[in-house]
Design a protein around this ligand. Structure first.
Ligand code: NAP
Length: 278
């Protein structure tokens, strides 16, 4: 039976470590969360982020635009938040409704307030090995590994998924930590044999219970980034937990694995942004 990697515990430790840093600031860190439309999952995520910010004593602002908001309206909000000295971090809850150009919106955020780490300047810095703001989910995965005493250097890692927000930065971080990294995606052939050779597997596919236990090696550490809601209401990851937990060395549960880490890293990035602000 695999060791369970408890994201709630690790996130709690990360948030606790922020307290003295917040107290040392001249003013509370400020975060703005921008949401457009009525996607129920986005609403829940935004509520969780603002509730956590509130508990940490942040200044926080929730900007909610109607579904029919125009690109110009959204850009005007970003410009306003970029100029607001109370705001250290801006995040735009994705996905945006169709019709809005999400890339143009993310590019418009001041890179020094880009606490999601999605701006090309921050991704470029990460690619060059001089990170400033690192995307929260992959940063959370690295923290889970280090906090659990899992060595990355010299290991064979497979990241399944190559999105800009998870898979791609995840691969960069693992490589920076001296793993030998393979990135798999929808055109990869024979994924099971790639996975069986991996010491560390990160699943960021967006398909419920997609990776099966017998695709994984017995010594593998499996990090399941996926969050999928099934028709019966259950929340599951991208890994078939029941078959994988019997086989591998360590695994993150869903929920309670990577999810809490994403929010903790967002808070950490916002505190860092506040510390860096002149
Ligand atoms: P995404 O943008 O849809 O990307 C999915 C990736 O999976 C793509 O690169 C795609 O390949 C690849 N893929 C699709 N089918 C595949 C297959 N059959 N075999 C191998 N690769 C395949 O998703 P995302 O935004 O990265 O999110 C991934 C998952 O993580 C979702 O479940 C999401 O809800 C979850 N998530 C969780 C958190 C958290 O805090 N825990 C945060 C963000 C996302 P192509 O590039 O070839 O299309």
């Amino acid at each position: 039976m695999a060791q369970l990697i408890d994201g709630r515990q690790v996130a709690k430790a990360a948030l606790l470590a922020l307290r003295p840093r917040i107290q040392a600031l001249k003013r509370p860190p400020g975060i703005a969360v921008v949401r457009v439309g009525e996607d129920p999952a986005s609403r829940v995520y935004v509520e969780r982020k603002t509730a956590r910010a509130e508990r940490l004593g942040f200044w926080h602002e929730h900007v909610h635009l109607e579904l029919d908001a125009s690109q110009a309206q959204l850009e005007a909000e970003i410009d306003r938040l970029n100029a607001d000295p109370k705001i250290d971090g801006i995040l735009v809850q994705l996905p945006l409704p169709s019709g809005l150009d999400g890339t143009a919106i993310l590019d418009r955020i001041d890179p020094s307030k880009d606490v999601d780490g999605f701006h090309p300047e921050n991704i470029g810095r990460l690619a060059q090995g001089r990170p400033q703001f690192v995307p929260c989910t992959p940063a959370g995965v690295m923290r889970l590994l280090s906090h659990s005493g899992i060595k990355v250097e010299g290991k064979r890692a497979v990241v399944v998924g190559r999105s800009n927000i998870v898979g791609r930065p995840m691969a960069m971080l693992l490589e920076a930590a001296n793993a030998t990294v393979t990135v798999a995606h929808s055109r990869t052939t024979d994924l099971p044999s790639l996975l069986r050779a991996a010491d560390i597997v990160v699943a960021a596919v967006g398909r419920p219970e997609f990776l099966k236990g017998d695709w994984l090696s017995e010594g593998a550490v499996v990090i399941d980034v996926g969050i999928n809601r099934l028709a019966d209401g259950r929340l599951v990851g991208d890994v078939d937990f029941e078959s994988a937990v019997q086989r591998v060395a360590a695994i993150t549960p869903v929920p309670g694995g990577v999810g809490p880490m994403t929010i903790a890293m967002l808070m950490e990035n916002t505190v860092k942004a506040a510390e860096l602000r002149p």
